[in-house]
Design a binder for this molecule. Sequence first.
Ligand code: ADP
Ligand code: MG
Length: 233
Amino acid sequence: METILTIENLSKQYGRIQALKNVSFSIQKGHVYGILGPNGSGKSTTLGIVLNVVNETAGSYKWFDGKMQTHEALKKVGAIIERPNFYPYMTAEENLKLVCKIKSINYSKIEEKLNLVGLTERKDSKFSTFSLGMKQRLAIASALLNDPEILILDEPTNGLDPQGIHQIRDIIKEIASQGTTILLASHLLDEVEKVCSHVVVLRKGEILYSGSVDAMSANEGFFEISSNDNLVL
Ligand code: ADP
Ligand code: MG
């Protein structure tokens, strides 16, 4: 099986705050891999390190079995780790054309990706008229334009209404079914259970569990689930 990402004994210190402590896990091709943990548990820090925007304090990671340099490997990684940000007065399609231009991608991909995220009918609408859910879906289309090996999403359903949440989860499942590996950070246990095949559970920067979601769900004794489905660890 092809390994997409291997993380070994990763630690991160922000001043006196230890955000990650000896975190190790690996993602195989085809996994829908969750990083589950409450706010402050180190999910975004983990993503920032493997995307080379945050420096690790100790430990290491390698993409694609270390077959290429990180900057080459990252060309095969699609990531949405911030709130979607596009030109407000340009249409959805114009924004994607701009992304294609910047990344030297053929425009032919735009139609397919807009269709995948259900925005074909809104392609001529300005970004500023989009709901948060539509903005998030446009960001997903944009990240997929170059058909990455893996799509990384950091809390993609935060702030969305139930319908928007449902749409994003269905789109993630559809992308996974097309063979794209997924890495999804979430503080929602039900989101990980609905979408992911594998999971690493973090608490205060340390691994509580890693393995299949089925095995985790069978043994939920160590999770306390609050009424709004937030994870309390
Ligand atoms: P999560 O994404 O799970 O909410 P983060 O990785 O954002 O967790 O944060 C992990 C810990 O590191 C938290 O205690 C957070 O306050 C701290 N932290 C994150 N980024 C920074 C930063 N740039 N400077 C200082 N502390 C940070
Ligand atoms: Mg975060």
